[in-house]
Each structure stands twice: as structure tokens, then as C-alpha cells.
Design a protein around this ligand. Structure first.
Ligand SMILES: Cc1cc2nc3c(=O)[nH]c(=O)nc-3n(C[C@H](O)[C@H](O)[C@H](O)COP(=O)(O)OP(=O)(O)OC[C@H]3O[C@@H](n4cnc5c(N)ncnc54)[C@H](O)[C@@H]3O)c2cc1C
Length: 374
């Protein structure tokens, strides 16, 4: 659908989604698939975009230690990912590269292995369907022969997998368009004004109007949420990632620190720094990431790094997602999470039908924004 915003005429949609990252596009795709007239307003090229700088894990293991529903929500999405990826491929021809061989958390010391075991055991004790295995070094080597003998062992969960975040985003954009969705790039939402049950939305290229609005603008949700009577006390948390040249396959499972893509390149990562909106890189963190990767897989000592970057996670104070409809201005929804790859399938399949007018799913109960005001 072509939209001419040059003449500043107000365009009307059923739903406007602010933000075209992994969260906004997954919800928008689900909404368009359900027959809604949807526009996605996205930011400029210079905007912070976790969707284009992440590690690509679909990860359940270890989540929900303090909130079981978060583990269950992550698992729900992981279970749906295969069908989600298949549908995207059918609709667009784009393969999101999803695989779910299970995921491995490597442990350098016996203390790390024991702490991880205790966490997974406590989660399993609350919900026996959240499976895991403890691998001593022999069991790890049997499964991953390229792993170093110096590791203490690993934790394995069958619920984990990985995907290409960039192909996922591209596939969702294309599928959204094929269902009649309108994607408006370089078109930031500046202001939202609730008016008699509808929303006037000022964007860089002109006004829009909609019956519902979804705030999925990543870190900018903090600024937008008060405009519709909500609170989003989120902060950035930087992660740095390095990528090697393409290597022959040596790792069949995603891990938290090393992941080999289908194309052969290897992502190295897993850092977390509170440095405000600085999305740069530092030598100290990159050296630590390289050390951990080399310790786990000695063969990587000879791999050349071809790219490195920093990107900002979107963190709530307790690390849990937020999915909420504004009580003051019904029809305005807030969506925040720091695992937008993992949760993409659930966002399209479960969050979108709720926003389209369905009942709020019970599993979302703990993820209200009001918990952050208390
Ligand atoms: C280093 C790193 C590693 C990660 N690894 C993983 C992982 O392995 N697995 C996983 O599940 N998750 C991972 N994540 C998290 C994942 O990337 C995010 O959860 C996801 O990208 C969040 O998506 P989002 O759409 O909320 O935000 P973003 O991806 O940041 O997108 C926000 C979008 O909103 C747009 N925008 C901003 N302001 C406005 C405005 N005012 N109006 C309109 N549009 C606006 C921006 O242009 C942008 O496109 C990682 C993140 C980082 C940083």
C-alpha cells in the first residue's frame, strides 16, 4: 500500500505501531495477518536498534528463576518458533534460519556448573516440563567434540535454539506488507494525543490517526509511554558482539557465548555494561569475549574477527517484559522486552490477537507495567 505523507494529510488506520524492531514488526505482522489495517512507524537509520545488533538466540534455559511465568512464556514462544518460521518462509520465501537442537551453557568452573544446576533444578521443580541436563566434561565432549577439555562441563536444555535475527526481521517486514500492512521508515512518532477513544499521532512526515496504538519503540518507549498514561522506566544495557570469518562447521548447538551461523561465521558475545546510550566497543570487553570463546573452543584461537559492534538492550528494572493496555487511555498498548528474538513467535501469535481485541492471555498476568511503579 502506498501512502503519500508529503501533503501532510492525516491518514487513518485501525492500529499504528510505533517502532519497527523485532517487537514492533512481530506484533504488526500478527495484526496484519488477522486482517487489521496497520501502519508501522519506524525510526531513522541512526536510531538505536537492538533488533539489528543482537546474538540471535531463542533461549529459555535459566530464565524465570525469580518469576516462573517468564520461563513458561519464553518456552511457549520457543515451541511456536518452528511453525512461525515455516509460515514466514511460505509467505515470503525467506528462511529465518531457525534451528532448535537445544542450547548449551558452558561452565569454566565447577562452581559455575553447580550454580547453574541449582537454578535449573529449582525451575524444573516448579514446572517439570522445563527440562535440562547437566553435562560433565565427558558428556559435553561426547556432544560437542570441539569443546575444550579445560571446561568444567555444561548445562543443556532442549528448549533452546537460534535464528538469524536479520532474516527474521526482513521476513516479518515482507510478510507484513503482503498482508496489506504499511511500513513507514524514517518516520518517528513525535507525539501521541488521546482524543475521545482514538489517537492522534504526530510523526516526522505528518499526522496519523488510529483506534489503537502500540508502543514498541524500544528505548524511546520511556518518552512515549506517559503520553498515553503509562510508565516505562527502562534503561539501556550494552552488549558487544564480534563475528569471525566463515569457518567449517564445528558447533552444532548454540551457546550463550559462541554461536555458529548456518553460513559458517561465528558470533562471540555475552557482555553487559551500563554505559547509558553509548553503543560503542571497548578493547577490554572484546578481549574478555575473545578469551572466553577461545577457552571454550581452542580452534577459535586462529579465527579472524571480521566485524564487531555494540548494541543496547532495553531493560526494565526487574528484567521482565511489559505487556499492558493503558487504563487511562484504553486502546494504547505498551510492549517491552529484552529477548525480542526468543519472543517473536509469541508476539505474533499471542500478543497481536490480544491487541486486536481478544482477551488478555492469563500467562501475561505478571507482566503489567504498574508493578514498576510500586
Ligand atoms: C547485544 C545484544 C544481544 C542480544 N541477544 C539476544 C538474543 O540472543 N536473543 C534474544 O531474544 N534477544 C536478544 N537481544 C534483545 C533483542 O535484540 C531485543 O529484545 C529486541 O531487538 C528488542 O526489540 P524492540 O523492537 O523492542 O527494540 P529495537 O530493536 O531497538 O527497535 C526499536 C525500533 O523502534 C524505532 N523507534 C525508536 N523510536 C521511535 C519513535 N519515536 N517512533 C517510531 N519508531 C521508533 C527504532 O528505529 C527501532 O527500529 C539482544 C540485544 C542486544 C543489544
Amino acid at each position: 500500500m502506498h501512502v503519500d505523507l508529503a501533503h501532510n494529510t492525516c491518514r487513518h488506520f485501525d492500529i499504528v505501531v510505533a517502532g519497527g524492531g523485532l517487537v514492533g514488526m512481530a506484533i504488526a505482522y500478527g495484526l496484519a495477518r488477522a486482517g487489521q489495517r496497520v501502519a508501522v512507524c519506524d525510526g531513522a537509520d541512526s536510531a538505536h536498534r537492538a533488533a539489528r545488533g543482537n546474538f540471535g538466540l531463542v533461549w529459555v534455559q535459566g530464565k524465570g528463576g525469580r518469576c516462573l511465568p517468564y520461563a513458561q512464556w519464553s518456552r511457549e514462544s520457543s515451541e511456536r518458533w518452528s511453525a512461525f518460521a515455516a509460515q514466514l518462509k511460505r509467505e515470503t520465501g525467506i528462511d529465518a534460519g531457525f534451528e532448535r537442537p537445544g542450547g548449551i551453557e558452558l561452565c569454566e568452573t565447577a562452581e559455575q556448573l553447580e550454580a547453574g544446576r541449582q537454578l535449573l533444578e529449582s525451575i524444573h521443580a516448579q514446572d517439570a516440563s522445563l527440562d535440562y541436563e547437566v553435562l560433565d566434561i565427558d558428556a559435553l565432549k561426547a556432544r560437542v567434540p570441539s569443546a575444550s577439555d579445560k571446561l568444567a562441563g555444561a548445562l543443556y536444555s532442549p528448549h533452546d535454539g537460534h535464528a538469524s535475527p536479520l532474516y527474521t526481521l526482513r521476513a516479518m517486514q515482507q510478510a507484513f506488507a503482503s498482508h496489506g500492512g504499511t511500513y513507514l521508515p524514517h518516520n518517528e512518532v513525535r507525539e501521541i494525543r488521546p482524543r475521545a477513544g482514538r489517537f492522534e499521532i504526530d510523526t516526522t512526515h505528518g499526522p496519523l490517526e488510529a483506534g489503537r496504538v502500540v508502543l514498541a519503540a524500544g528505548l524511546d518507549n520511556k518518552r512515549l509511554a506517559p503520553m498515553v498514561g503509562m510508565n516505562a522506566p527502562i534503561t539501556p544495557l550494552r552488549g558487544q558482539i564480534m563475528v569471525t570469518e566463515r569457518l567449517a562447521p564445528f558447533l552444532d548447538y548454540p551457546t550463550l557465548v559462541v554461536r555458529q551461523t548456518r553460513e559458517g561465521s561465528v558470533l562471540l558475545g555475552d557482555s553487559a555494561e551500563q554505559v547509558g546510550f553509548d553503543d560503542g566497543q571497548t578493547r577490554a570487553v572484546m578481549a574478555d569475549i575473545a578469551r572466553r570463546a577461545r577457552t571454550a573452543f581452542p580452534a577459535l584461537a586462529h579465527a579472524r574477527i571480521v566485524r564487531a559492534w555494540g548494541a543496547l538492550r532495553i531493560m526494565t528494572p526487574d528484567g521482565l517484559p511489559v505487556y499492558e493496555e493503558s487504563a487511562a487511555h484504553p486502546g494504547a498498548f505498551l510492549a517491552i522486552c529484552h529477548s525480542g528474538v526468543t519472543l517473536a513467535a509469541a508476539h505474533a501469535d499471542i500478543i497481536a490477537p490480544w491487541i486486536a481485541g481478544g482477551a488478555r492471555p492469563a500467562i501475561l498476568h505478571p507482566f503489567v507495567a504498574t508493578r514498576l511503579s510500586n
